[in-house]
Design a protein around this ligand. Sequence first.
Ligand code: MG
Length: 368
Amino acid sequence: MKIREVTLREVRMKLVTPFETSAERTVERRIVLTEVVTDNAVGWGECVAGEHPFYSPETTDTAWLVMRDFLWPMLKGKEIAGAADVWGLLDHVRGHNMAKAALEAAIWDAEAKQKGVPLAKLMGGTREEISSGVSIGIKESLDELAAEVRKELAAGYQRIKIKIKPGKDVPQVKRLRDEFPGIKLMVDANSAYRMEDWPLLKQLESFYLMMIEQPLGWDDLYAHVELQKKLDTPICLDECIHTEEQARAAIALGACKIINIKMGRVGGHTVARRIHDLCQQNGMPVWCGGMLESGIGRAHNIALSTLPNFTLPGDVAASRRYWDEDIIEPEVIVSAQGTIRVPTGPGIGFEPRRERIEKLTVRKERLV
Ligand code: MG
């Protein structure tokens, strides 16, 4: 297949409710969408970089620049066997995984559409539906948090993850365990703690959490090795794992027992799949994390989550939790059992709503 052109669009989308982590509070997303044209197909991708470099070093603006000035020139006009070749073509650029993934994922979608198969099938997915969990941001009060959890459980979600930070941790978890003793519960600290906080993290063990996600430094594998030795609760790594090599190191060193795979963080579906395979070979479960994506990124996450070792419910939830109106048709819905049906149409299986996308677009650049 030949890679012919790409259109970059920045869309602005206001969240239904602001989302707060230990690192930042997001009200409105600035999302870069990629629309790649190949021989006879058009594929869509989404860049998950944030507005600020508070989750990873990349931002909406750095991703735009890197895609336009460095990555696109490496792809344009290239004849490739399939989307799995894209990662290798971009190898000369170090880092900028979210920018790479935005282009790479669109080419995966295009290849699946060209072949007339669902993206999930093209990638080797085996599931017809995926298990859905929610990620709940930091709330002002315990009552507000408990009310939110009650609402999400009633909607069917299979696991609850809450964001924590120093001062908003043990009481929050205790309150939820008192009210919901049987639920699948986990916490995500987004690197808000330091090694010397380990006794506090140890206190969380009495609440039998599924896992503690990314408690320590965003790029500090060693500290997590030391912490995991002190904890029985599995550590799940998110921010730390931005390459296949880091996943291999984390597994070998015992820095975690679970990995949250985000294809944007690791540079696209190809590396996400390699990390998935590596974890599977090592008996380590994985799940798919969320980055406040629009429907397009969400659709890619659904396809990725169909791979066999995604055995834990992920963050991929219904469009309505995030947006009044999504940019895909149909929007992503979650069943009363907390599952999402994997679409059976070609590619990502959801149609981008062009009129809506144009309406939300604040800048656009066509590269040929
Ligand atoms: Mg996380």
